[in-house]
Structure formats: structure tokens, C-alpha cells
Design a binder for this molecule. Structure first.
Ligand code: PEP
Ligand code: MG
Length: 549
């Protein structure tokens, strides 16, 4: 028996014989080039052919996995046309490299840049660059895409899988997926999760040909992969598989139900979304609204400041996808771990304590107003709330609201419609904001507590520094007291308060938050149904009575 551990990517248990995924090899070795111009033409032809293949794949995906997931193939097409990518390859060819090697080196360089980014979504783009480049390399080498018919009722192991390779698999025949590498936020991961295949990524290089055919159990919830399990372990995994299935069915039963405790306390369970591609998950997991739409992805994916028009169309899309449900769009939260070069932010010793979020917006009013204009124009397409991040003072809130008012009046004076009421709120994610939440509550319609930053700033621990994990206690009494204080102050001022940081999904704190009176919990889409099931299992009065006895 061999137990490997990796990243849990798609929940569930898959048990079956291991099959190694084989793709046709391509050679990206450097070889001499006689005619550089001809080599450039070779690359361009291969790139155009790849774009054509991706277009066909997109059409096929539209039928099988729907519009949101199919969008991956459009993104891949866009990557192929991206200037940085094309110029990277062409410059290398002009410098004397053959097309295959030029594509491979450009892919390596760009994917390393993506992998180093702090934003999880952007890190996931590293895999996209590799996938797109592999397709071009296959065409250059005259190799045809994979034949997947060989895989039947197996646990599939590979170094990595491209989103399009997942599309070639007959997913009903794949019981689980194990990857030596792979990012949990890649499109491959998103597709596999949406297809419901248990998966573990990043187990390292330990899976080799000699393990092929061995009975394998993949636990996509814990990240464990057990090869050749002994009889007792196999029975245990089968039992766990049964329990998981039963749990899924129970979760399905809470779909469409109210989020209410047994003794009648209600809470709204909404979704966090950091990208349009996550909307299908928001809808399929029955979110009661969007509690945090992280608008910065629009800026992070762009090479220059996104225009009002570009932003308007994205906000309109989100609002239209959630008819009659509140959608809280957070204004730009860039800086610290989220950087875009064109902002030309000064290098900082302590970026988490530096120029970020509302601080950038208030110092660059035109940038902020472009976003506010796009938001105001989109407001007529749904139930929009606007939320300002990283607030530390009443002054900041007043300034941000004044700018929103100004933009609104400007649009109305030009005859452009804006919703009558746009709720405004702030994130409580600094200890300063929590401590003055009494004063802040008089300025806004709601609070949303960002426990990720609130914990970082309260405990003085960089949220990204993994060697400090042992000290990062999200249940620290200081954090919980600040949350409690914020909820109390919000309610005293008559406004509602939610939690949109990761802690909102922590089922061991659900009862605590409900007792504090939190009105909304906004969590990643996959956490909505487990959270609702937890809420529906609680009886606050009965457990209070039990504790008192
Ligand atoms: C938070 O800080 O808790 C939060 C939700 O914002 P982000 O994680 O985007 O900083
Ligand atoms: Mg934050």
C-alpha cells in the first residue's frame, strides 16, 4: 500500500485501477534554422490552425458543458492572439530558434510569470499558457491530439491535463483523476469539479508506469491517494464513498430550501465570485445573492486600464444573471498582493500596509469615477449594491460616497438611467474599521466583514506567508471579538451585516456567527449547500438551554 498526498481539488471518492494518461510526444529540442522568415510562417500557420481547432472545441463544449465552461476555449483562443505571447515566440524565432523551441520557451517564461502572481485566479492561468502552447507544438510536430477511448472505468493519472484533454475524455468512464502537478484554480480543475470527478492534484513525481493497473482510491476531499490499499483500507474507502454519495444527496435536498435554523433564525447564504466564469457555480449552488464580487479581476486580466464600456458590460452580465437577488460589487481592491503593471505603483517595503484599494481610488479620482460610472449605468439591470474595501475612517466613506453621488448626478443630467437606490456598504477588514464600526454604521447601508484581511491586520501576520501558518489562528479571540463588536454596532445603528471572508464558510463557527446575529454569510459557491445544511441542523435555543443546564 502506498499513500500519496496532494491538493484536494474535486471532492468525492473514486476507486478503480490506475491508468496512466499518454499523450503523443512532441519534440521541442533546439535545431538549426536555415530560413528564419519561413520559420515565422510555420509558426503563424500552426497558430492559426490551433485557433481553428479551439473554435471547434468551443462549439462542442457549448453542447456538452454549457456556455460558462465552454468559455475556457475562447480564453485559449485569445491567449493565442495575445501580443505578449506572439511577440515572445516571434522574437525568439527572429533570434534564430526553431518554432517548436520558441513556443516552448515562451510558454515556460509566461507560465512562470503567472505562477508567481499572488492572485489565485491569475496563478491558474499558467496552465492555460502551457495548454495552448502544447496544441501549437503538436501541430508543428505533425502529431494528432489524443485518443481517449482507451480509458474505461479507471482512475486516470497524468503529470498535468489540459482543459481540452478533459473535454476529450469520456467523463462517465473516469472514476478519479490524480495529477503530479496541476493548479487547483486552473480551468482543468474548474472543469473537473463541474463534471463531479473526484480529483487530487500535485502529488509529485511518485506515480510511474510500474503502478499502472494497481487498485487506487482517490479522496478528492482530503487530498489522499491510496495505491494498492489493503483489504481494511479498501473497505474503509468504499464506506466513505457511500457516505459521500449520501451526503451529496442530502445536500441536494437543501437546494431551494430556506437557510433557517430549526428554531427559526434566518441567515442569507450568498456567494463570493472573483470572475464571470464562476457565475455558473453561483447559480447551480443556489446562492441567495452575490455577497462579494471581486471586481479587481477585470483590472488584473487587462494590459491597460479597463474602459467604462468593458466594465459596464461585465457588471450588467452579473446583474442580469442574478435577477431579483442582491449583487454586491466591491470597488477596485488592487495593490498589496494584487498588482497590475500599468498602475505603476511605487515599490513598497510593506505592500499590505501600503497603497491599496480605496487608497488608490481616492488618490486617482478619474480611475475610480470610471468604475463608479460603469456601476451606476449597470445598476438598472438588477439589484446592485456597491461596497468599498479597506476602509479605516469615516472621512474615506464620505469621500467615496460623494464621488458615487457626483457620478450618478452627472449621468442622470445626461439622461442616462441609474437605479433609484443603490445600497452602499463597506468592508470591515481592518481593526480600525471594526473599532469605529459604531460611527461607520451611520454612514452606510451595510457592513461586510472581510475576515481574511481582518485576521491578517489584527494578528500582524502576512496572510500569504505560509511559514507563519502555525501562528495564523483565524479563531483567535481578538478576531472573534472584533467581529462581535462590528455586528453589535451595525445592529444598533439599524443596518445589516455579513461576513464575506473565508471564515464565513468555517462550519465550526456557524453557530457562533448566528448567535452574534450575522445576517449574511457569503462564501465560495461550493460551500453554499454544506453551509445551508449546517444552518438547518442547528437549534440555537435548545443548545443554549443545554449549555445553561
Ligand atoms: C477579506 O479580506 O476577507 C476579503 C473578503 O477580501 P479579499 O480576500 O479579496 O482581500
Ligand atoms: Mg480583503
Amino acid at each position: 500500500m502506498l499513500v500519496l498526498t496532494g491538493k484536494p481539488v474535486s471532492d468525492g471518492i473514486g476507486i478503480g485501477p490506475l491508468a496512466l494518461f499518454r499523450r503523443a510526444e512532441v519534440s521541442t529540442e533546439v535545431r538549426p534554422v536555415e530560413d528564419r522568415e519561413a520559420e515565422l510562417v510555420r509558426f503563424r500557420e500552426a497558430r492559426d490552425e490551433a485557433a481553428g481547432q479551439l473554435q471547434a472545441l468551443h462549439a462542442r463544449a457549448l453542447e456538452t458543458v454549457g456556455e460558462e465552461d465552454a468559455a475556457i476555449f475562447e480564453i485559449h483562443q485569445m491567449m493565442l492572439e495575445d501580443d505578449e505571447y506572439t511577440e515572445g515566440v516571434e522574437t525568439r524565432i527572429r533570434d534564430g530558434l526553431n518554432a517548436e523551441a520558441a513556443v516552448e520557451r515562451t510558454a515556460q517564461e509566461l507560465s512562470a510569470i503567472f505562477r508567481d502572481m499572488d492572485d489565485e485566479y491569475m496563478r491558474g492561468r499558467a496552465a492555460d499558457v502551457t495548454d495552448v502552447s502544447r496544441r501549437v507544438e503538436q501541430i508543428l510536430c505533425g502529431v494528432s491530439p489524443m485518443d481517449a477511448s482507451a480509458y474505461d472505468k479507471v482512475v486516470l493519472a497524468a503529470d498535468d491535463l489540459a482543459a481540452e484533454e478533459v473535454m476529450h475524455l469520456d467523463t462517465k468512464k473516469i472514476l478519479g483523476v490524480v495529477l503530479s502537478a496541476g493548479s487547483a484554480s486552473s480551468h482543468t480543475a474548474i472543469l473537473i469539479r463541474n463534471l463531479g470527478i473526484p480529483a487530487v492534484f500535485g502529488v509529485g513525481e511518485s506515480i510511474t508506469g510500474r503502478l499502472e493497473g494497481q487498485m487506487t482510491a482517490v479522496d478528492g476531499g482530503s487530498g489522499e491517494v491510496i495505491l494498492n490499499p489493503d483489504t481494511a483500507t479498501l473497505a474503509e474507502m468504499q464506506e466513505k464513498q457511500g457516505r459521500f454519495q449520501q451526503g451529496r444527496e442530502e445536500l441536494d435536498r437543501v437546494r431551494g430550501q430556506e437557510s433557517v435554523t430549526l428554531d427559526g433564525q434566518k441567515v442569507r447564504i450568498c456567494a463570493n465570485a472573483g470572475h464571470l466564469s464562476l457565475l455558473s457555480g453561483v447559480l447551480s449552488n443556489d446562492a441567495e445573492g452575490i455577497g462579494l464580487f471581486r471586481s479587481e479581476f477585470i483590472y488584473l486580466e487587462s494590459d491597460d486600464y479597463p474602459t467604462e464600456e468593458e466594465q459596464f458590460s461585465i457588471y450588467k452580465n452579473v446583474l442580469e444573471a442574478m435577477p431579483d437577488k442582491r449583487v454586491i460589487i466591491r470597488t477596485l481592491d488592487i495593490g498589496a498582493d494584487k498588482k497590475a503593471d500599468y498602475f505603476e505603483l511605487e515599490p513598497e517595503e510593506n505592500p499590505a500596509l501600503g497603497m491599496r484599494a480605496i487608497r488608490i481610488c481616492l488618490t486617482r479620482p478619474e480611475l475610480f469615477k470610471t468604475q463608479l460610472r460603469a456601476l451606476c449605468r449597470a445598476s438598472v439591470y438588477g439589484k446592485l449594491s456597491v461596497m468599498f474595501p479597506m476602509i479605516i475612517s469615516v472621512e474615506e466613506v464620505r469621500k467615496a460616497k460623494a464621488m458615487l453621488r457626483e457620478v450618478r448626478e452627472e449621468l442622470l443630467s445626461k439622461g442616462i438611467p441609474v437605479a433609484d437606490a443603490i445600497e452602499t456598504g463597506i468592508m470591515i477588514e481592518t481593526p480600525a474599521a471594526a473599532l469605529i464600526s459604531g460611527e461607520l454604521a451611520r454612514e452606510v447601508d451595510f457592513f461586510s466583514i472581510g475576515t481574511n484581511d481582518l485576521t491578517q491586520y489584527t494578528l500582524a501576520i502576512d496572510r500569504r506567508q505560509t511559514n507563519l501558518d502555525a501562528f495564523f489562528d483565524a479563531h483567535h479571540p481578538a478576531v472573534l471579538r472584533l467581529i462581535e463588536m462590528t455586528v453589535r454596532n451595525a445592529h444598533e445603528a439599524g443596518i445589516w451585516v455579513g461576513i464575506c471572508g473565508e471564515l464565513g464558510a468555517d462550519l465550526s463557527l456557524t453557530e457562533t456567527f448566528l448567535r452574534m446575529g450575522v445576517d449574511e454569510l457569503s462564501v465560495a459557491a461550493a460551500n453554499i449547500l454544506p453551509l445551508r445544511a449546517k444552518v438547518r441542523s442547528l437549534n440555537l435555543q435548545a443548545s443554549e438551554k443545554r449549555n445553561a443546564d
